[in-house]
Design a protein around this ligand. Structure first.
Ligand code: UD1
Length: 323
């Protein structure tokens, strides 16, 4: 199939584009390069330098590429920033997604794969979190994701646009074959921050609290390798197009790993001391968050293959140590 990968020069988008190419799809990357990188583009894919906020650019890209499906990975994702600058998230995430839906409706593009997030659930009421868990986002970023899911559901009913909403837990790692090498700019997520501390790009890791109700006092998360995420996008597209049915599924490894465990693995794998300091809790951080990914297994035949902490850190370090 011909697929428009919106945000395909970004961190997750480039891995998704690579996976789709590997599976024999034709890919057009559409990206405004605000955080995406030319370095992340592949010769096998076409590239359109465009912005989701420019409706006419989206329409042209859909028509010119003849895309039958779009993967939408062009949202801002910094949770902390979303609480300070909600306007920025409203415009880019929500208006950008509305443009995508309207352009799909106008051009007859039938399938959308949407990057959603575990942030739609908010503070977990039980663990592991399955898709039936109530949605009650505790940050504005998560709110934008949940709203877009609702728009998708309406366009499914009214316009027959079928979608997969993929609720990622903590995306991390780099391509296991080393084909993606672009570093995220000013990362705030744990593993890239640790990598920057390991290679001297920043002074230290700040550990946001060690007084949580967890075995070692630091927060527990479910880290999922970006190659596993990418495979799920391809499988989700097969499912949605093959069954003419929309789905909403979690993507996680089902393993809970603490901040201290991530740091210790990173020290061992990199052989670097990685300075770290315990600081106060970060507002809005749940103590523990782990996924049930049973539905993705049942519907898509998907299972995480590369999401053990060792592989997550090793593939990240392979990229960072060369910079
Ligand atoms: C959040 C979202 C997730 C989203 C992701 C995108 C929630 C519940 N989760 O994940 O859905 O996809 O952001 O960015 O909103 N930490 C430190 N020091 C640091 C950075 C992080 O100690 O410098 C700790 C955090 O306190 C947390 C863990 O590391 O316990 C992971 O943090 P992070 O990588 O920022 O992801 P989440 O906030 O879990």
């Amino acid at each position: 199939m011909n697929i428009l990968v919106i945000g395909g020069a970004g961190y997750i988008g480039s891995h998704v584009a690579r996976e789709l190419l590997d599976r024999g799809h034709q890919v057009t990357v559409f990206d405004n390069l605000s955080s995406g990188l030319r370095e992340n583009l592949f010769s096998g894919a076409a590239f359109v330098h465009g912005d989701t906020l420019r409706y006419e650019q989206l329409i042209s890209a859909m028509r010119d590429s003849g895309a039958g499906a779009a993967v939408y990975l062009a949202a801002f994702k910094a949770v902390g920033e979303s609480m300070i600058k909600p306007e920025k998230y409203s415009v880019n995430n929500i208006i950008g997604a509305m443009h995508l839906l309207n352009a799909a409706s106008e051009t007859g593009l039938k399938y959308i794969i949407f990057s959603s997030s575990a942030a739609v659930y908010g503070e977990p009421e039980y663990l592991p979190v399955d898709e039936k868990h109530p949605t009650n986002p505790s940050n504005y970023y998560g709110f934008t994701k949940l709203e877009i899911e609702k728009f998708l559901s309406w366009y499914d009913r009214l316009k027959g646009i079928r979608y997969a909403s993929l609720r990622y837990f903590n995306a991390a790692g780099y391509d296991v074959k080393g084909r993606v090498t672009g570093l995220e700019q000013n990362p705030s997520n744990l593993i890239p921050v640790i990598m920057e501390a390991a290679c001297g790009m920043r002074g230290e890791l700040q550990v946001f609290g060690n007084d949580y109700d967890t075995p070692d006092g630091t927060c527990v998360r479910d880290y999922i390798h970006v190659n596993d995420l990418a495979a799920a996008h391809a499988l989700a597209l097969d499912y949605v197009s093959g069954n003419d049915k929309s789905i909403t599924v979690n993507l996680g490894s089902e393993e809970g790993v603490s901040v201290t465990e991530v740091l210790e693995t990173a020290r061992r794998v990199t052989g670097k001391a990685i300075p770290a300091k315990i600081t106060g809790r970060r507002a809005g951080d749940p103590a523990k968050l782990t996924a049930s990914a049973a539905m993705a297994g049942e519907l898509l035949g998907w299972k995480a293959r590369y999401s053990d902490m060792e592989t997550l850190i090793r593939t990240s370090w392979d990229v960072y140590r060369d910079k």
